[in-house]
Design a protein around this ligand. Structure first.
Ligand code: NAD
Length: 729
């Protein structure tokens, strides 16, 4: 069964319908592209065909290129990628020209794209090559070019066509930020040409085909005297756009994302030459981006493996466990957020706190978030009422009757948590799964308070709950498969990404973040300039430097964690030097952003002003500062070695979760694809060599774990050794 089929009607209009039968959303494959090309040839050669409609047999037009295909294209090498991309350009150019005589610009057959719904990536690049784009008025549809989000850029002419259609400035949000729009906004921005009622889509497309004039079929860039909207790069109005875009891209990406830079180069260089040469330039930059290990690592983690985890790659094979009614105990910052995302996903929620006032305050959080959504036009008054109607705020545990999952988010105190476990178990049925949102307390220990430890699990959300995409699910020693499936099905309902890890101090994410923060603080104690620490982190792609991060999460929380860790580890505790700084900061009342005072200074309104200058007096800076690379190695290895240890110890059982969890959980340099992908990029041998240098200079925390040393000796990669079929790409 081919993905494209063609019918011809009595009025001479051919309709090419895209419908990938094996998938709910159309995605483009190499074979499908060839089939489309064949049908276009046939229609153009058929004298009885006056024009062509390209549409979809599904509710949406297309989700984009099959990224698995892109991942495999790399295997063929640069020349094969370039040739493949040029072939795609050839087909889309054929559609754009549609039989036109290049000299007279006459004789083309009209080709219209009729989009019933979402059109992303190649799903918009193909329409951009057509003569007109008509979309159904479907406010849920998303139209745009999101490629930059997974480390590539629109490489099937989208970059060149959109920048020529809108001008570099207006195209920038769609190309550089992957901005998606609903059909009406897309029309407003000039991305598409027309929006019509869904039921009129094909009728209107046909009408247009039959009434199009010769002039409608000549793209501006094929017409004589074409000028780039907004001005060419060397013109007075165009020049500042490119300078500004270049500065913006560098400011946002810190130069670590090859795709953003290559995209900008393709637009700039393309704007200097004729259209067909611009397509070759786009293909050359696209090839270089696909050959860059960063892009394949990003595609693998942020698209292929993220989706695999969301679809339940590691879900035990038990019956569907979708949550019907949820209990949330503790209506503070986390509980309120969990109640909101759940009610928003259509789940009934009972939100309990120790006082009615606290429970109501928790529910008010949902109301505030929905109000914000209403202000942005994303939420209707009915939707707000519906979501709030699903949340019952109470102090009465009897309201838990009939819940099938409880998430506890009370104070981080084992005694308080044990008491809540007893109360919940007395009020719920034998099949109710009990989850704790603890961030530091081992699950197995907390499960000791439960009569049903096989139904006891950790579901660790990140703050703020409505924004953070990752949820870490923790299996205690006695946690059973049904509890794991329940947690995974719940996370799927609320449309977040899960990882499943085994129980250990700090689980996975916090285990890796804490050493990152600590390494930054340790450097301050050693006399490294705080600005060097922060900038080194950002220049390697971390969204926040370690000092800003601890300011955000709060310094008193850091003190609390340090004390608890020291109590648990005794003489083995390695972080005295860190505590020196941390405890002193806390003593100064500099508790972080919430106190408007931390490693950074803040204005009265809470705006971050700059690093706190007094720090320098307490911890004088060395005249000889380390190199940028040395600081970056310390910050990165503090995290990735912890990830390797988590794998070695069986806390992580799947490196895909290690990579996806790191990027979504704490923003580990997304360009790298995650800690394991990064180690694969630099190679285990080089990693061990760096560890040798770091441990000689800074101590045993940088010793290469045995696993890494063994892999270096054998010349192995993580994805080669642990990826197998499931993780390979
Ligand atoms: P919080 O102090 O904002 O909220 C805790 C809430 O629990 C309060 O409203 C309190 O009144 C309520 N509570 C206390 N004892 C109770 C009881 N016996 N019965 C009912 N309600 C009770 O705390 P938080 O930041 O929301 O953290 C809650 C849990 O989530 C903790 O275990 C914490 O470690 C964990 N966590 C926090 C974060 C974070 O960033 N804050 C992130 C992940 C996990």
């Amino acid at each position: 069964m081919t993905d494209f089929t063609m019918t011809k009607d009595a009025d001479g209009v051919a309709t090419i319908t895209w419908d990938v039968k094996s998938k709910s959303m159309n995605v483009m494959s190499t074979e499908a592209f060839a089939a489309l090309s064949g049908l276009v040839d046939e229609a153009l050669a058929d004298a009885s065909v006056k024009g062509i409609i390209i549409t979809s047999g599904k509710k949406d037009f297309a989700g984009g290129m099959d990224l698995n295909v892109i991942a495999k294209m790399r295997a063929g090498g640069a020349q094969a990628i370039f040739d493949g991309v040029m072939q795609m350009h050839h087909v889309l150019r054929k559609i754009e020209r549609a039989g036109m005589d290049p000299k007279t610009l006459k004789g083309a057959k009209p080709i219209v794209a009729a989009l019933p719904g979402t059109a992303l990536g190649i799903g918009l690049e193909l329409p951009l090559a057509c003569h007109r784009i008509i979309a159904a008025d479907n406010p849920k549809a998303k139209i745009g070019l999101p490629e930059i989000m997974v480390g590539i850029f629109p490489g099937a002419g989208g970059t060149t066509r959109l920048s020529r259609k809108l001008g570099a400035m207006m195209a920038a949000p769609f190309l550089l930020e992957g901005k998606l729009s609903d059909p009406k906004s897309a029309k407003g921005a000039g991305l598409i040409d027309e929006v019509v009622a869904a039921e009129d889509l094909l009728k209107r497309a046909k009408e247009w085909v039959l009434s199009a004039t010769e002039a409608d079929l000549v793209k501006p860039w094929d017409a004589k005297g074409y000028k780039l909207p907004g001005g060419a790069p060397y013109s007075a109005p165009g020049f500042p756009t490119f300078v500004g875009a270049s500065a913006m891209v560098h400011g946002k990406t810190m130069g670590v994302y090859p795709a953003a830079r290559a995209l900008l180069a393709a637009v700039y260089e393309g704007a200097l030459v004729p259209f067909d040469t611009a397509l070759r330039i786009e293909a050359r930059h696209f090839t270089s981006v696909l050959m860059n290990p960063s892009s394949s690592a990003m595609i693998r983690s942020l698209f292929i493996n993220k989706e695999a985890l969301e679809k339940g790659a590691n879900r035990p094979k038990v019956a569907d466990q979708a949550v019907k009614k949820l209990g949330v105990i503790g209506a503070g910052m986390m509980g309120a957020g969990i109640a909101y995302v759940s009610a928003n996903a259509g789940i009934e929620v009972v939100l309990i706190d120790s006082t009615q006032e606290a429970a109501d305050r928790g529910k008010a959080h949902s109301s505030d978030l929905l109000d914000k959504g209403m202000k942005r036009g994303k939420v209707t008054a009915e939707k707000k009422a519906e979501v709030l109607g699903r949340i019952t705020a109470t102090t009465d545990y009897a309201a838990l009757a009939g819940v099938d999952l409880v998430v506890e988010a009370v104070f981080e105190d084992p005694k308080v948590k044990a008491d809540v476990t007893h109360k919940v178990e007395a009020a719920t049925g034998a099949d109710c799964i009990y989850a704790t949102n603890t961030s530091t307390l081992p699950i197995t220990g907390l499960a000791a308070a439960s009569k049903r430890p096989d139904e006891f699990i950790g579901i660790h959300f990140f703050s703020p709950v409505d924004k953070m995409k990752l949820v870490e699910i923790i299996r205690g020693k006695k946690t059973g498969d049904v509890a794991v499936a329940k947690a995974l099905d719940f996370v799927r309902q609320i449309r977040k990404t899960p990882i499943v890890v085994n129980d250990a101090r700090f689980f996975y994410a916090n285990r890796c973040i804490i050493p990152y923060i600590n390494e930054g603080i340790r450097m301050v104690a050693e006399g490294v300039e705080p600005a060097l620490v922060e900038n080194a982190a950002k220049l390697v792609g971390m969204p926040l430097g370690p000092l800003q991060l601890v300011d955000e999460t709060s310094i008193d929380l850091g003190v609390k964690i340090a004390k608890a860790t020291k109590a648990a580890m005794g003489d083995d505790y390695p972080d005295e030097a860190v505590d020196h700084v941390l405890f002193w900061m806390a003593d100064q009342g500099r508790l972080g952003k919430k106190a408007n005072a931390g490693f950074y200074a803040y204005s009265d309104k809470g705006e971050r002003l700059g690093l706190w200058e007094e720090l320098e007096h307490k911890y004088p800076q060395d005249k000889m500062q380390p190199s940028l690379a040395d600081v970056q190695h310390r910050l990165l290895f503090a995290q990735v070695l912890e990830a390797v240890r988590a794998l070695e110890e069986g806390v992580l059982t799947d490196i895909r979760e290690g990579d996806v969890g790191a990027i979504l959980g704490w923003g580990f340099a997304p360009w790298s694809g995650g800690p394991f992908s990064w180690l694969d990029i630099i190679g285990a041998g080089r990693a061990v060599e760096i560890c040798r240098g770091l441990s000689a200079q800074f101590g045993p925390r940088f010793h290469a774990p045995a696993l890494l040393r063994e892999m270096a000796e054998k010349g192995e990669t993580f994805y080669g050794r642990f990826g197998g079929e499931k993780a390979a790409a």
